[in-house]
Design a protein around this ligand. Structure first.
Ligand code: FE
Length: 343
């Protein structure tokens, strides 16, 4: 791409999408401060899977007395979903979103986010390896279990268009297509599809079971809530910069997609917990997913659809991670006991 102008970059020319070519290669002037803040927050929250001790999980997984068959299956299905989800996320960032966002600070954050998705995939690999699970079973689950396949297929089928090398923003139709991708990727994939799996893992944690695995997931959830915030900010910035995209028809379409996402997520939750464990049953999950979806809808300026109450109040504490909780206390402890840190 040639540098199109020899004059200094004007902050008012900066755009989340459809900025000029020369803008993209220079960080300053920073217009979208939320992206710079997200980048710094990501760095401050840096972690690696093998910093977390897995010895107790290994003992609990081996023991016949700690976990029920339903709990074992739930853990495996959750991992089966996660292993695919973070790879889909990484591809979306690197092969589609990055190319079309023309805000250098947003691109800077995407580089950080892409690395975090890799760390998440690493975390699932580390759990699978530590517990001695069958890699073939876990990593193929998205092909073999319809409730995971349907979620992955939903995201991929809608986002397919912007992966096309010929796709570019700059027309009303394509800009809406890109915005739709952001809604599907951030709001539905990162904002809804991860959350019943998160709830399952905190169910384990609350029973003092599989605490190493749940701690990994807690770090992942902290990263994911940052990814979601970033995505919501990108969507709202594009809406501000190009209000013509946010037509009533487009809004109706986004609401319908989010509702479809809720249905898929509820089907997934029912299959993970066919009988209900940890005091969480199908109805609780339904209400929880609807509650989460309502929050996501409001965050991008769409009307509430469900008005459901949060049945997992303890999740708000675990989800709203900006308050840091005791992360660093547990992490310091794990540093001392972690077997791989004798460097
Ligand atoms: Fe993510």
């Amino acid at each position: 791409m040639p540098i199109t102008s020899k004059t200094r970059v004007n902050i008012n020319d900066r755009r989340m999408i459809n900025g000029t070519d020369a803008d993209v290669i220079q960080l300053y002037p920073i217009k979208h401060k939320f992206a710079w803040n997200a980048y710094n927050a990501g760095n401050a929250n840096h972690w690696l899977p093998n910093e977390i001790g897995m010895q107790r999980d290994i003992e609990q997984w081996k023991s016949k007395y700690v976990l029920s068959e339903d709990e074992r299956l739930a853990l495996k299905i959750v991992l089966g979903f996660f292993t695919t989800a973070d790879s889909i996320a990484a591809n979306n960032i690197v092969l589609a979103t990055y190319k079309h966002l023309t805000s250098p600070e947003a691109r800077l954050y995407l580089l950080r986010q892409a690395y975090e998705e890799a760390i998440h995939t690493h975390a699932y690999q580390y759990i699978v390896e530590s517990l001695g699970l069958d890699e073939g079973e876990i990593f193929n689950m998205y092909r073999e279990r319809s409730e995971i396949y349907n979620k992955a297929e939903f995201i991929l089928s809608i986002n397919e268009g912007i992966f096309n090398p010929q796709f570019s923003t700059g027309t009303l139709e394509n800009d809406q297509k890109f915005l739709e991708n952001m809604v599907v990727f951030s709001v539905i994939m990162e904002g809804i599809f991860f959350y019943s799996a998160f709830a399952v893992m905190f169910g384990f944690q609350r029973q003092n079971k599989m605490v190493g695995s749940s701690e990994q997931i807690q770090y992942i959830m902290r990263d994911e809530s940052q990814h979601l915030n970033f995505g919501i900010n990108v969507i709202n910035t594009i809406k501000e910069e190009q209000p013509e995209l946010w037509t009533p028809e487009f809004q109706e379409k986004m609401i319908a997609l989010i509702k479809k996402g809720v249905t898929l997520e509820y089907t997934f939750a029912q299959n993970v917990f066919p009988v209900g464990i940890f005091g969480m049953n199908a109805q609780n999950f339904k209400n929880y997913i609807e509650y989460i979806a309502d929050r996501r809808l409001t965050s991008i300026g769409l009307p509430l659809q469900y008005h459901s109450k949060n049945p997992f109040l303890w999740m708000s504490e675990a989800v709203d991670l900006n308050k840091e909780k005791n992360f660093f206390e547990t992490r310091v402890l794990e540093y001392k006991t972690g077997g791989t840190l004798n460097w």
